[in-house]
Design a protein. Structure first.
Length: 147
């Protein structure tokens, strides 16, 4: 019986040694730089990035908008990053973090919450939400890194 236990220990050690690289976290992707794209949003009320006077298509009580965005990631330390989102003439500070696998993006800005996905080395998709007593809006944009 001792021989069986010793053999199982060697097998278990080998399995764990082989799994160690898979358990190690990869370095997060470098998001620094400028990312540009056009978003499509549905809006109720007015927000900094979607004022009532902006061009829009009526959709019942709501407005459908297209908006060009520039996300400037000014700094990054590990998974955490910071910068500015430019929507038209408005610049909105933002803070963000990446998931441990480097695939999911989470951002807080003064204009709402943004979640996203790293879809390629130079492409990301971001979707934002903002709900206050005066504003409701949701929108998504595919962004390309500018080189």
């Amino acid at each position: 019986m001792r021989r069986f236990g010793w053999s199982m220990g060697i097998v278990l050690a080998g399995v764990l040694a082989g799994a160690a690289p898979a358990l190690a976290q990869a370095a997060p992707p470098d998001l620094k730089g400028s990312w540009k794209g056009t978003g499509e949003a549905i809006v109720d009320g007015a927000a900094a990035s979607h004022p009532r006077t902006a061009e829009a298509t009526p959709a019942g009580h709501y407005r459908l908008r297209r908006q060009d965005y520039v996300f400037r990631i000014e700094g990054q330390e590990g998974r955490r990053f910071w910068g500015v989102m430019q929507a038209g003439q408005v610049n909105i500070p933002m803070l963000g973090s990446l998931s441990s696998d480097g695939k999911w993006i989470y951002i807080a800005s003064r204009d709402g919450l943004i979640d996203g996905t790293v879809t390629g080395e130079d492409t990301i998709e971001l979707c934002y939400r903002n709900v206050t007593p005066a504003v409701m809006m949701v929108g998504c944009a595919d962004l390309q890194r500018q080189k």
